[in-house]
Design a binder for this molecule. Structure first.
Ligand SMILES: [Zn+2]
Length: 328
């Protein structure tokens, strides 16, 4: 548990909003009670006032796709640089020796970094481990979520590889995981893995966030995913979706129509995918991005996240959106 809780504030003075207005913001507990022209708010006690002259004031960022169980492991693993397959191999080899305590320590450390830079809501994928107790990462992340309750909203997704049995996914949900996840594009039969993960989610009445089509030339599962969840009342989304970025136009239009019809959210993860994809093409390397322009033009809900932070899937990252922005 962090030893310093946030300082209660009643007045943010002289802040610049995204539209350029300079304002005073009055706070009542955790709510904004008034936004007034700069200099017009009644004074508050000095220790309840924050001077924001020259700073941009925005809502707290939300991170839609993180892996706190993997974060900050790069220096421990010293993995070879390379593509998704090499990253998964080095991660799996290391994960055999991980303890729940060690996972919780790294997860807590990276969560506090994000929190210190303003991020207060995170969706975090959690591996169902294939060696030892498969629930070590689940238990670690549920514990960190409890520790940070009130400071950060941490939503947890069970990242079930195709070899993880259904009972492990069920057990993760029983232990406090919120959503079903997985990576059907990596399975020998992507459609079968997609259907079994969705069957678990449907049986349990929970939402789904899949790692989807994270390659430039592999499986293409998004259209089927979208069709299968067409009328679902729970949250459904897909991360990565790199394959979409290299589909030819007619096929892309057809897949995006299915995504739009199901209101399936698409989460682009540029930092990791620009690192993981394209190693086999050192010249004129294709970009590991989803089809952002086409998705946005079609009215699809699109988010962007940072994904991995200093682990075999992305050796860099600081857990911060940017340095504080000065407007003047
Ligand atoms: Zn991911």
């Amino acid at each position: 548990m962090p030893d310093t809780l946030p300082r209660p504030l009643r007045l943010l003075r002289g802040a610049t909003l995204a539209d350029g207005r300079v304002v005073d913001v009055e706070l009542d507990g955790d709510r904004v009670s008034a936004v007034l022209p700069s200099g017009s708010a009644a004074p508050a006690a000095a220790d309840e006032t924050l001077e924001l002259d020259g700073f941009l004031l925005i809502t707290a960022p939300a991170e839609p796709h993180a892996h706190f169980d993997k974060a900050l492991s790069y220096d421990l693993i010293r993995p070879p640089q390379g593509d998704l397959v090499r990253a998964i191999e080095s991660w799996k080899a290391y994960s055999a020796e991980m303890t729940a305590e060690g996972i919780a320590d790294r997860a807590r450390a990276v969560a506090l970094r994000l929190l210190a830079h303003g991020t207060t809501a995170v969706r975090c994928h959690v591996d169902l481990l294939s060696t030892g107790d498969p629930m070590r990462a689940v238990d670690a992340l549920v514990r960190v979520r409890e520790e940070l309750a009130g400071l950060m909203d941490l939503e947890l997704v069970a990242l079930a590889g195709w070899q993880a049995p259904d009972r492990h996914v069920e057990e993760a949900l029983d232990r406090g995981i919120d959503l079903v996840g997985g990576a059907p594009h990596l399975a020998p039969d992507p459609s079968a893995d997609l259907r079994r993960l969705l069957a678990i989610a449907e049986r349990r009445g929970v939402g789904v966030d899949l790692h989807a089509d994270e390659s430039l030339d592999g499986a293409d599962t998004l259209a089927e995913y979208a069709r299968l969840v067409r009328d679902w009342p729970v949250t459904t989304s897909a991360g990565h979706c790199v394959r979409l970025g290299v589909l030819e136009a007619a096929k892309l239009d057809a897949v995006i129509a299915e995504i739009r019809a199901s209101d399936l959210g698409i989460i682009s993860l540029p930092i990791t995918n620009l690192y993981l994809q394209g190693w086999e093409r050192p010249v004129a390397t294709p970009r590991g991005l989803t089809a952002l322009r086409a998705l946005l033009d079609a009215g699809v809900r699109v988010a962007a996240g940072a994904d991995n932070i200093r682990d075999p899937f992305n050796p860099v990252g600081r857990g911060m959106r940017s340095r504080r922005l000065r407007c003047s």
